[in-house]
Design a protein around this ligand. Structure first.
Ligand SMILES: NC(=O)c1ccc[n+]([C@@H]2O[C@H](COP(=O)([O-])OP(=O)(O)OC[C@H]3O[C@@H](n4cnc5c(N)ncnc54)[C@H](O)[C@@H]3O)[C@@H](O)[C@H]2O)c1
Ligand SMILES: O=P(O)(O)OC[C@@H](O)[C@@H](O)[C@H](O)[C@H](O)CO
Length: 471
């Protein structure tokens, strides 16, 4: 298969006629066929990022003709409903600071509603299926911070009952366990699972979730098989991809001449670092720039602390200063200085050899791209899970090194202040956050929710309390 199609203009139609709907048949009729690769990858969580990243890398692999993706939605069937009539095709709008270019990405060959468990089981039972990728957001795993299933979560409890009775689990990890159970019964072909969410050591994290749920459901043989035979690959994934807006459809149509109900906007930059085995094979993603390493941790920390840590700082401090997007916030000299200070702190705890000055300079350029409207309210969602891994480790490392940790404390102060004003973006942990806010010592309890180690240090609690009082 050719790499992702270039922007395509329909053969017929006056300028005022409505653009034809994107589909493989319509493209073929226009002389631009995009063949359907066989499904060998199952994706869970059909959001914008998967399409801008893993689907793009797969389309640009030099063996793309052998690797089609069947992608399942997470919570609502909407994305599948939009993409099914388009045969999985979608327009990727790559937006730099000056212009847009578009390509039609052909690697997604099947878009499926997440509740279609029978199709998931069928695909996971097929020996030809070699890779499962996930982008279901941090709370989507329904895990404790160590990755093990949160057995107090009612959806997890319900899935346990369903899995025990051979029923229909409803969480993504529950469905994945049901699919892996079927794969074992079908002959246990090897497979790799590849979480692509912004979670440290995400391979180990999702392994704990999957094995833990299988064990808790009494599927002990399947749990043992997963432990021994399923490979959990750790990844650091990077491509800033904001939520799509209705304007993006008009842009896609102008650029390609095709009407696309579900285009995605992304930045030109992309990066993918992976560590782990693929026992049943994988696309030649290196051809598109992916890197396979023996130790992912330095890359993962650099990305999570510098990019995502700064994003979260800009989100909470930026919202408090009246900004709406990353570009606006990083253009505010006060916040830019806070970001630089946070990066100085984080860099003190990153190993040599990561070319940090160049990485920081490139990040600033990416954040400054005002044509990417990355909304702080989107980035700020799920703050309790995000700050735990993006800011708390930097603060704790600074304190352990005998410094005050002021730069990382600034991020916590902004988030705590928004919490106390009940103005923080949505968070799956809202029930616990509300209880913390209503307690006698809300700052202490909010910090404890982020990471109990924070409140073991009275200086951190005092600094955040003081910062919030001054904010
Ligand atoms: N957008 C980016 O710039 C970017 C970059 C790197 C990594 N990521 C990772 O990808 C994830 C998804 O980002 P996106 O931009 O595609 O978001 P999105 O909102 O477009 O898609 C999120 C997907 O996750 C599913 N989901 C959400 N909550 C869920 C739940 N509780 N259970 C099951 N499924 C659930 C949704 O149904 C949807 O399919 C992020 O949370 C992040 O971890 C995103
Ligand atoms: O996707 P989230 O919600 O985990 O985090 C929001 C952003 O920080 C994130 O999407 C970055 O844009 C991304 O990680 C860049 O690669």
């Amino acid at each position: 298969m050719a790499a992702a199609g270039a922007a395509s203009v329909p053969a017929a139609g006056a300028a005022s006629a409505p653009a034809p709907a994107l589909s493989r048949a319509a493209l073929a009729a226009a002389g631009q066929p995009l063949p359907v690769a066989p499904v060998r990858i199952v994706h869970l969580g059909l959001g914008a990022f998967h399409r801008a990243h893993q689907a793009w890398y797969t389309a640009h692999a030099d063996d793309a003709a052998d690797w089609g993706i069947a992608a399942f939605t997470g919570r609502s069937p909407d994305a599948a409903d939009q993409l099914r009539p388009q045969d999985g095709l979608f327009t990727l709008i790559v937006r730099d600071e000056h212009a847009d270019r578009a390509e039609i990405v052909p690697s997604l060959v099947e878009a499926v509603s997440g509740d279609d468990l029978s199709r998931l089981v069928e695909l996971l039972s097929a020996p030809s299926t070699a890779v499962v990728t996930l982008t279901i957001t941090e709370p989507g795993y329904r895990s404790r911070p160590d990755g093990s299933p949160d057995l107090d979560d009612p959806a997890v409890a319900s899935d346990l009952a369903e899995l025990r009775g051979g029923g229909r689990p409803a969480t993504t990890i529950g469905r994945l366990v049901a699919g892996l159970d079927a794969r074992r019964w079908a002959g246990a072909a090897p497979i790799a699972i590849l979480p692509c969410d912004n979670i440290p050591d995400n391979g180990r994290f999702v392994r704990a979730a999957v094995v833990g749920l299988a064990e808790a459901a009494g599927l002990s043989e399947t749990a043992a098989w997963i432990r021994d035979a399923v490979s959990f690959v750790a990844t650091s994934i990077d491509r800033i991809t904001p939520r799509s807006t209705p304007d993006d459809r008009a842009t896609a149509e102008t650029l390609t001449g095709w009407a696309d109900a579900a285009p995605v906007v992304t930045e030109p930059f992309h990066d993918w670092v992976l560590q782990g085995e693929f026992p049943a094979g994988r696309p030649h993603w290196e051809a598109a720039g992916a890197r396979f390493v023996d130790d992912i941790e330095p890359f993962e920390r650099r990305k999570l602390w510098l990019l995502n840590g700064a994003h979260s700082l800009l989100a909470y401090a930026g919202l408090r200063r009246g900004h709406e997007t990353v570009a606006q916030a990083v253009g505010d000299s006060v916040l830019r200085a806070q970001v630089e200070a946070f990066w100085d702190a984080a860099c003190r705890h990153l190993p040599d050899g990561l070319d940090l000055p160049a990485y920081r300079a490139a990040l600033l350029e990416r954040f400054d791209n005002a044509r990417i409207e990355h909304r702080l309210a989107q980035i700020g969602q799920e703050g309790s899970a995000k700050l735990r891994v993006r800011a708390a480790p930097v603060l704790l490392a600074e304190r352990a090194a005998g410094r005050d940790g002021a730069a990382a404390i600034a991020a916590l102060v902004a988030w705590v202040a928004l919490q106390l004003e009940a103005a923080a973006p949505p968070d799956a942990a809202e029930e616990a956050l509300a209880a913390a806010r209503a307690s006698d010592s809300p700052v202490f309890e909010l910090l404890r929710l982020l990471d109990p180690a924070l409140v073991d240090d009275p200086a951190i609690v005092a600094a955040v309390t003081e910062g919030v009082a001054d904010a």
